[in-house]
Design a protein around this ligand. Structure first.
Ligand SMILES: NC(=O)C1=CN([C@@H]2O[C@H](COP(=O)(O)OP(=O)(O)OC[C@H]3O[C@@H](n4cnc5c(N)ncnc54)[C@H](O)[C@@H]3O)[C@@H](O)[C@H]2O)[C@@H](O)CC1
Ligand SMILES: [K+]
Length: 474
């Protein structure tokens, strides 16, 4: 798992590192990596490095110092470097001297460049870019390499509440920060390159993790020689209604394709589900469904009395439950329903922002913090949907699944996700990991289904086997 660390943790690691390595050496290591990335981008975009032009946007702190040193290194490769100082009297003195010694130019006006380096602000950034920096950034048309993070994005939340840099590449040090993986900041970061400048060993346990494809592959249940249709777990799907039979088909289909365990559907869309997924066992009610090892409840269920009864029944079944869509709305409107559940029943809630607001208050700008808090308060795994999906467990663990595309954002897509989660829960997987693995495969299936053109949720279901195959081949 790749880690994500908040700025407090990075600062503490820096302090520990300084006892071994002088700060100036760390800065030069950071700057050297930035210079390498700028050179690579120059070569890619212009076919060469020597003789190309680079502008450095330099703020008042060490982030600007990194940019200035990077400029000095680029000079050695024959690049024409101009530093644009936002606060000339406070620019990093050593970095400025190094750039000047190397033959770099220094000014306060933006110049024509093939690549621009954003050293305006780094870990100490608070709030959006100030007007002078914003005016400068607005005039940049060349691709930008951001030092540590795209200036204007909040390092700890990825929130962007005003003008900000939108980088092609971000070079960050030691480990990812929240800005690189969640919120608009993750998009503004562009391609994120992590370089270990000697901080890695000092960082300790991460605040959040990103699941690697290989980890998803290891966790995903596939049948072994002694397995049968029951040993992978039986998933119960309580979804759909006369108005929304499609949700039942999508959630059941996802569960059917996710593992080789059995799927039992319970609800008013039994006929439709049976026709589309003949391998499932479809009945009219949860009571008639028989034994299952997990329930998926909510998609297309409706928020009326019948739906409420279904939610109450599955929450009392003593097996893990994935609670989605209408079931979240029902729980939010009727806390007694939630309070009545057996607190030992593992629950995965899968809200989008509006559903989250109903059950746990407004998400706000700190998506990781809000999800972690909701998981603690509710005593359930909470999966907050978004371009980056955040999954928090009641014990404080957080994982982030970063989407590489926006293709999953289509009607019925959430129904598919809940079916995947349900199937993994039935297999006995840890609910937090189950939600994370399901999010990963869901997103990949959406990408495969789309293949460059919008794809409906039923095609996402159809692409689940290809997504699992691709994950397992990694
Ligand atoms: N401390 C270390 O060990 C290392 C730090 N490094 C660099 O140092 C950076 C952190 O440096 P600093 O703590 O000096 O702080 P920054 O460079 O992040 O910010 C410094 C100054 O920027 C200004 N500022 C804050 N918010 C702003 C905004 N919204 N718009 C415009 N200006 C704003 C403030 O005047 C602040 O003092 C890291 O991001 C990284 O790039 C690297 O050199 C690696 C080593
Ligand atoms: K920056």
């Amino acid at each position: 798992m790749r880690g994500v660390w908040t700025t407090d943790r990075v600062r503490a690691a820096e302090q520990r590192a300084f006892t071994r390595v002088p700060e100036s050496r760390l800065m030069r290591a950071a700057a050297f990596a930035v210079a390498g990335e700028v050179a690579a981008l120059l070569a890619e975009r212009t076919g060469g490095v020597a003789g190309r032009r680079v502008a450095l946007l330099v703020g008042a702190g060490n982030n600007g110092g990194d940019a200035l040193w990077a400029g000095a290194f680029l000079r050695r490769r024959g690049v024409a470097v101009t530093a644009v100082l936002l606060a000339p009297e406070r620019a990093h003195a050593e970095g400025l001297a190094a750039l000047r010694r190397a033959g770099g130019r220094v000014g306060t006006e933006l110049v024509e460049a093939d690549v621009v380096v954003d050293g305006i602000v780094g870990l100490s950034a608070r709030g959006p870019l100030r007007p002078d920096a914003a005016a400068l950034v607005e005039r940049v048309s060349a691709p930008i390499v951001a030092v540590d993070l795209p200036s204007g994005a909040d390092p700890d939340t990825g929130a962007i509440e005003g003008p900000a840099v939108h980088a092609e590449v971000t070079v960050t040090f030691g480990g990812r920060k929240p800005v690189h993986v969640v919120g608009p900041g993750a998009i503004a970061s562009g391609w994120v390159r992590v370089v270990d400048i000697g901080l890695g060993a000092e960082l300790g346990e991460p605040d959040a993790v990103l699941l690697d494809r290989a980890e998803v592959a290891r966790a995903w249940p596939v049948p072994g020689p002694t397995d049968d249709k029951y040993s992978q777990g039986v998933t119960g799907v309580a979804a759909g209604s006369a108005t929304y039979p499609g949700a039942a088909v999508l959630a059941s289909g996802a569960a059917v394709l996710a593992t080789s365990g059995l799927v039992r559907y319970a609800g008013t869309a039994a006929e439709v589900v049976r026709t589309r997924w003949p391998e499932s066992v479809a009945t009219g009610s949860v009571t008639d469904a028989g034994r299952v090892q997990s329930w998926v409840v909510g998609p297309g269920l409706g928020t009326g009395k019948a739906g409420r009864g279904v939610v109450a029944e599955v929450l009392g079944a003593g097996v893990p439950v994935c609670v989605d869509a209408d079931a979240i709305t029902l729980l939010a409107a009727d806390p007694a329903l939630w309070d009545a559940r057996d607190p030992d029943t593992p629950v995965v809630l899968t809200p989008h922002d509006r559903e989250f607001a109903r059950i746990a208050g407004e998400v706000g700008s700190d998506r990781i913090g809000a999800t972690r808090q909701a998981a603690r308060t509710l005593g359930a795994v909470v999966l907050l949907k978004g371009n980056s999906t955040v999954v928090a467990a009641p014990d404080g663990r957080v994982l982030v699944n970063q989407a590489r595309s926006a293709w999953p954002a289509t009607a019925g897509s959430g129904d598919v996700l809940s079916g995947l989660i349900g199937a993994l829960l039935a297999s006995g997987m840890d609910p937090w990991l189950a939600a994370g693995c399901a999010a990963h495969v869901h997103e990949l299936a959406a990408e495969i289904a789309a293949d460059g053109a919008p794809a409906p949720a039923s095609h996402i279901v159809d692409a689940i086997p290809a997504a699992i195959r691709s994950v397992r081949a990694s």
